[in-house]
Design a protein around this ligand. Sequence first.
Ligand code: CRA
Length: 829
Amino acid sequence: MYNPRFDKKTFKKEVKNNVKSLYRKTVEEATPQQLFQAVSFAVKEAIIDDWIATQNQYKKDDPKIVYYMSMEFLMGRALGNNLINMTAYKEVQEALDEMGIDLNAIEDEEPDAALGNGGLGRLAACFLDSLASLGYAAYGCGIRYKYGMFKQKIEDGYQVETPDNWLKDGNPFELRREEYAKEVRFGGNIRVEYDVTTGKTHFVQENYESVMAIPYDMPIVGYGNHVVNTLRIWDAKAIVDFQLESFDRGDYHKAVEQENLAKTIVEVLYPNDNHYAGKELRLKQQYFFVSASIQAAVAKYKKTHSDLHKLPEKVTFQMNDTHPTVAVAELMRILLDEENMEWDEAWEITTKTCAYTNHTIMSEALEKWPIDLFSRLLPRVYQIIQEIDRRFVIKIREMYPGNEEKVRKMAILYNNQVRMAHLAIVGGFSVNGVARLHTEILKQQELRDFYEMMPSKFNNKTNGITQRRFLKHGNPLLADWVTEKLGTEDWVTNLSLMEGLKPLAEDTKALAEFMDIKYKNKERLAKYILEHNGVSVDPRSIFDVQVKRLHEYKRQLLNILHVMYLYNQIKEHPEMSFYPRTFIFGAKASAGYIRAKEIIKLINSVADVVNNDRSINGKLKVVFIEDYRVSNAEIIFAAADVSEQISTASKEASGTGNMKFMLNGAPTLGTMDGANVEIVEEVGIENAFIFGLSSDEVINYENNGGYNPVEIYNNDPDIHRVVDQLIDGTYSNGDTEMYRDLYNSLLKAQGGARADMYFILKDFRAYADAQKRVEEAYKDTEGWAKKALLNTACCGKFTSDRTIQEYVDDIWHLDKVKVEPIIDQTSQY
Ligand code: CRA
């Protein structure tokens, strides 16, 4: 894709001009942040041409549009990614080089756009990349949080959160679109008006508070195809400012409230992953962006179409988990109240337009809003949900006469709660899980009744990741090597070509090259760790990595207990052969998740003890990487030898980090959970290290009251010792209480929770054995290289391009668009 704006001479001139007009400085005088801004504005110029061309093409072709509705978009940095996708990275790097500017250093000036928690938010970002790269019309719809995911500092081993003020220097890539602002209303009461002439009833919301939703558009650049889609995130603004009128009318109070509402609603991302906190402000955020997005989508449709009954032919609202599922009722409200439709026709349209993705079976993540809160905040939406529920319950009773158990289990309104997942399933035409095993569990356990009632709605879409960011950008050495070996760069848009690398598993020279690249990436990570954490690690040791949100079900505790066990072994048998190992962790704990924070502290305490014990000759190192996020993830995946995916089977819906490790040549050490199952299927069980209970076994234990960890504790002296070390002061300077709660969680049932809920002791031996197998395998240098290379070679399935194509084929039915670039874009130069 040739773009004259990236000609070196042109581009350099543009950057110079930008530095001058933005900062009244020369390139030499500019700060790195100013250079980042200047370079980004130059790149944005090129993007805007394609953005216009794309939107014009859409106007012409009128393709069907998917609106990906999500509370989270974990975008990471934009500059490098945009350059990659404009296929201009190397030219720009060279141009900047000639100006004495290091592109990598400039990229580091960009704050991550961290408008998400973890997998769910990052998946949304990968999906947008794939949609644009495949040439499909799509909008991401979300919230422009003023503060994204908090920044994590580790102080004295504890996590400390600081606000993520990501917009403080301005976001060069965004466009404020004031002209598309929409009003969103909360609270008040509903007056029912009966129109005698038409015989129609109208529902009028009164005494409400409202905010203005202002969209900011961010370009989503497709790879090498001139397609630029839009991520539309909404900011909030008060409608009433302090006008004299308000005082006069005695509305002063309301004016203040509206001002406050606008300020607070987009203030901050809730930092919970897989956990629902039930805060009123969260529901406000949900309705705020859903209402604004649907209003905008309907308005856009109406501009060029006269018949709203055909909306489903042109629009799908894909609901990313239950967070945006109020969309079902909001679309009904617009069709009923604003478009004056009858219930049945509105319902027909809604249920052909909305679709729902489930991302978890963790019961604490299931959104259930108290009816009093919900109906107070969204009175009209609540009425509509009541009617949806009333009609649905009739259906249940028709289908299962006399079976009130079914009603109890399936109704949307039950026990004074609004069950959002049920609303989504009833109001949508598709329900999908995110990995084969997860979808099966949904069908057979969690959502069984719904599956039995409406089996055709259920389908699986195994997650994926974008190779543009996680290989081409994150691991340029390996990317170039792959291109050279395959003799083509087409893998960037067709990842199944990676299987062409398989024969190289028999090629000694290629294997050595592959491992040499891994080594260089380990050096790069070692440098990062030294600079950011002050710990020096040996790139010749095995880099064993677990990076993901901190959650008990992900079992970072199992990992660190095993490190404690290894340390005991090394101390006890100094003569024992042991391949040097660096255990690398990265994880944020939700601010209120106390046990997760204890685990972070434990990891850091173990690191302190182990890293400072000269007697073990550096055989073991433990590193906790501060502030794990998209930008440093790219460096970490590239450098990993071992990918830790050790969740309690059945709990991790899919996982996507597992795929990023695989792409970068790190074999999985994991349980048969989530997408691990499919990874093993692709790469072969001999190229992974699988251990532990199966999901059936876990579910079986759970249905029968759990298992007895004390028996294991009593019968396995190694486990006994490690567990005791939580309370004997070994890792807490003699403090026996610091890790008492973790100790208790493993051995005692407490507060309704079973002892060792996540089967850590049950799986411990199997895990330690699998780790032993890892060590043995790694000692065989060439054997290991084979496994590593085959992981890269077999990762084709896990591109988000494949996932998106499946969504398109089975759910969205989008039309592919071809964008012709604006030819005359250089005339001004
Ligand atoms: N926490 C799952 O736990 C999954 C992602 C994306 C999660 C992951 O296993 O890979 O979604 N679920 O599908 C979730 O957020 C609300 O549920 C996640 O990121």
